[in-house]
Design a protein around this ligand. Structure first.
Ligand SMILES: [Zn+2]
Length: 361
């Protein structure tokens, strides 16, 4: 999922060809044989996730699957019917990353239809924690919040998790793992009937995030790596990377070096230039790093204290005005900025008890 924490909030309006909001249900052809299918995310600030259906031979390949929800299932059914297809025509899911709004509907559909699911190798540690059960999967995340000096936010976040069936019922391993390393032959590629997709490893939003690039058609299936109206959350995964923001910025620069292409994001409308949006995201994080350093200079010591001195969402909300989930994302994201500033020698840090403290050298 993308994080509304940084500058987002509800995704902005803007549909396809002026036909309305991007969240409107349907199947929208964005390139020959490629359809954008928005699926609902009720009770989520992101409102919808785009799945992309690609015609491939006699069937379809889907990039991402949506969240395992009855409403998402029936909208996907309707959207495929609108382009003369059925769920049984889907031969494979290529999943950009393991977050529930991208991955979990594929698990349910595979139980029914046996559809093949492929996911990036480096998502495995987090997926195994999700499979271990709802609370257990949250243990590293909660420990991380405590290290941020955010005990109260950790408590509120835990209390906010709705009761329901254990999460493990929607978490299963994929059929195959996509190894993203390039070799002498060039970048890793996935061949599906009629099309070649280049695998672009883009760790940051999650450790094993992948973009898929249709070089011939000039399309980037960007997942949550590049979003048009919000910045993706950083560090929201059970098996967290050591320096997720460093990974993310490096992944942005990597994609910036590829030829420009049409941006097919998982949240938000399609737009014409991946490069333009990456330049904005790089500028955003440079400014955010400065703001985080300034907050420490003015006396914040922990990630939680620093997050309190910043403003959040495009509406400049205070940390206290966010809901527990977004407070959690905000604190983790602040920690990711602080840790990168330490790596850049702009700040120093020490661990005092469980809590990491920062200062200006
Ligand atoms: Zn997402």
């Amino acid at each position: 999922m993308g994080g509304p924490a940084a500058d987002g909030g509800p995704a902005a309006r803007g549909g396809d060809g002026g036909r309305g909001q991007w969240t409107e249900p349907g199947a929208f052809e964005v390139a020959p044989g490629v359809y954008r299918v928005p699926l609902p995310l009720p009770n989520d600030a992101l409102r919808a996730v785009n799945v992309y259906a690609i015609r491939s031979g006699d069937g379809l390949v889907l990039i991402d699957s949506g969240w395992a929800l009855a409403e998402a299932r029936s909208q996907l059914d309707d959207a495929l019917a609108a382009i003369g297809s059925k769920l049984t025509d889907v031969s494979r899911f290529l999943i950009t990353h393991v977050h529930r709004d991208h991955y979990t509907q594929a698990v349910l559909l595979r139980r029914e239809f046996g559809t093949r699911i492929s996911l990036g190798t480096d998502e495995r540690p987090s997926l195994e924690l999700y499979i271990s059960g709802r609370v257990q999967g949250l243990v590293p995340q909660i420990a991380r919040l405590r290290g941020c000096g955010a005990d109260a936010i950790a408590e509120r976040f835990l209390a906010s998790i709705p009761a329901g069936p254990p999460a493990r019922t929607i978490w299963e391993l994929p059929d195959d793992w996509i190894a993203a390393e390039s070799g002498l032959a060039g970048p890793a590629q996935i061949s599906v009937p009629g099309r070649v997709l280049e695998v672009v490893p883009t760790p940051g939003h999650t450790r094993g995030h992948l973009c898929f690039r249709d070089t011939a058609a000039g399309l980037l299936f960007a997942g949550d790596h590049v979003l048009p109206h919000i910045t993706p959350s950083i560090g929201f995964e059970p098996a967290i990377a050591k320096l997720p923001l460093g990974d993310y910025l490096q992944s942005l620069r990597l994609v910036r070096e590829l030829p420009d292409s049409v941006l097919l994001p998982a949240h938000g409308p399609v737009s014409g230039s991946v490069h333009t949006r990456i330049d904005e995201l790089l500028a955003h994080h440079a400014a955010r790093l400065d703001a985080v350093a300034a907050a420490v200079r003015s006396g914040a010591v922990t990630a939680a204290e620093t997050a309190r001195l910043l403003t959040w969402t495009r509406r400049d909300r205070t940390l206290d005005e966010l809901n527990p989930f977004n407070q959690m994302l905000a604190v983790l994201e602040t920690a990711a900025h602080l840790d990168l500033l330490v790596m850049q020698s702009r700040l120093r840090s020490t661990v005092d008890g469980d809590v990491t403290k920062y200062w200006v050298p």
